[in-house]
Ligand binder design. Structure first.
Ligand SMILES: *[C@@H]1O[C@H](CO)[C@@H](O)[C@H](O)[C@H]1NC(C)=O
Ligand SMILES: *[C@@H]1O[C@H](CO)[C@@H](O)[C@H](O)[C@H]1NC(C)=O
Ligand SMILES: *[C@@H]1O[C@H](CO)[C@@H](O)[C@H](O)[C@H]1NC(C)=O
Ligand SMILES: *[C@@H]1O[C@H](CO)[C@@H](O)[C@H](O)[C@H]1NC(C)=O
Length: 368
């Protein structure tokens, strides 16, 4: 039945045209077998942490999360969609389910493995999150399931044609923040720590390459010193914690360099890096251009910049504020962006020119 098109109706009532159905099983596959797999942290987690034994600090499955788009708290750390939801839409794929969702889903369009709080290092929030290495193990398990259900050839084809999109690193550096002294510690060897983070991220990229993956996308680490949660820690309260953002810049330089090397070393390896740091900084510096009011203040939370992590009122602090118009905000809560901001970011990932997304954008990766 190759070539036959089939129409799927998803629970959200979104209709998606896909290109063909597999004959032996009643499975529809994405165009060119190119699916989208999401790995990383809370910027991408769409509900995996709902299904693990963790604490509420790593979860967003309660009011007022999710109100804008899904109308229920799905576990996304946002008022509505997050970046991967919008990227999937741009790729004409359905919204991807969280991998740990207990329903029986084929995952042939891709799936989301990301986990809020996760880092590239196993030690980052260990025991409370699904670390990046475990996310890659889940991918390997899924490839085996594809082999059994669709045959080895199709499984191989899906793995090699699909795009693996990452957001990772920010949480690894969180351990360097010492709220007591308002300083980033230790003052010395940040480069050494960055190398360890990049080393572990490289290991995972190589594992996926060895599994057959060829197309890798990255949103690099943003200006983490400007998160409302971090600004709120700065005693004089008026600026971003520049030393913290500086570590993100070290990370981003090392990431780009490493990916460039991997492309030379690994046959068929292709990648895309979106300069999330630069786009984010641009939005912080020119908020009105994007329709945002004060970009330092979150929509949901309390205290300075609504940065006290109280959004939802169940992490120890009961009282919190919720803005009237979420669309005026870059940040939804103390650490995460709004649906509206995610639409901008996703567009840069998908369509961005060489200044922001290089050497390819995701649209080009999908076309290979
Ligand atoms: C969940 O984690 C807590 C604390 O780490 C532990 O005490 C508890 O036994 C765990 N529960 C399950 C069902 O694994
Ligand atoms: C990965 O991280 C661990 C610490 O979790 C570190 O000991 C190891 O050297 C890192 N691996 C690489 C390749 O950098
Ligand atoms: C406020 O804190 C920032 C970051 O720590 C620092 O660069 C700046 O000089 C401080 N400003 C004042 C007025 O203390
Ligand atoms: C690339 O995109 C950025 C961000 O939208 C824009 O500012 C810039 O002018 C573009 N550059 C080119 C060469 O089109």
């Amino acid at each position: 039945m190759r070539g036959l098109s089939c129409l799927l109706v998803f629970s959200l009532g979104i209709f998606i045209q896909v290109s063909y159905c597999h004959s032996s099983v009643t499975t529809c596959l994405p165009e060119k077998n190119a699916a989208l797999f999401i790995l990383g942290d809370s910027l991408f987690d769409n509900g995996n942490n709902n299904y693990i034994n963790t604490t509420i600090s790593y979860q967003a499955n309660y009011y007022p999360y999710g109100e804008t788009f899904f109308k229920y708290p799905s576990g996304r750390f946002s008022d509505g969609r997050m970046i991967p939801d919008v990227v999937a839409e741009l790729a004409k794929l359905p919204i991807l389910p969280p991998y740990l969702h207990p329903g029986r889903v084929e995952h042939v369009y891709g799936v989301n493995f990301a986990s809020g709080g996760a880092g590239a290092l196993r030690e980052t929030a260990q025991g409370f999150v699904i670390d990046l290495k475990t996310q890659a193990i889940y991918l390997k398990d899924l490839k085996n399931v594809f082999s059994q259900r669709l045959g080895k050839a199709i499984a191989e084809d899906i793995v090699s044609k699909s795009v693996y999109l990452f957001s990772i690193g920010g949480n690894d550096y969180g351990s360097l923040l010492n709220p007591d002294s308002n300083l980033v510690l230790p003052p010395g060897d940040h480069q050494g720590f960055v190398d360890i983070v990049i080393g572990n991220l490289t290991d995972v990229v190589r594992e996926i390459y060895n599994l057959g993956g060829r197309k890798f996308g990255f949103a690099n680490v943003g200006p983490i010193g400007c998160l409302p949660a971090v600004r709120a820690l700065v005693k004089n309260g008026s600026t971003c914690l520049e030393e913290f953002s500086a570590i993100a810049r070290l990370h981003n330089a090392a990431l780009s360099k490493r990916l460039y090397e991997l492309e030379k070393q690994l046959k068929g390896f292709k990648y895309s890096v979106t300069d999330f740091y630069a786009i984010f900084s641009e939005m912080l510096n020119n908020p009105t251009k994007y329709g945002f009011k004060d970009p330092s203040v979150a929509c949901c939370g309390g205290g300075l910049y609504r940065g006290d992590q109280s959004c939802g009122g169940n992490k120890g602090i009961k009282e919190y504020e919720l803005c009237d118009n979420v669309n005026e905000h870059l940040f939804f809560d103390s650490n995460h962006v709004t649906d509206r901001a995610s639409q901008y970011f996703a567009d840069f990932i998908w369509n961005g020119n060489h200044t922001v997304t290089s050497p390819y954008n995701l649209k080009q990766l999908f076309q290979f």
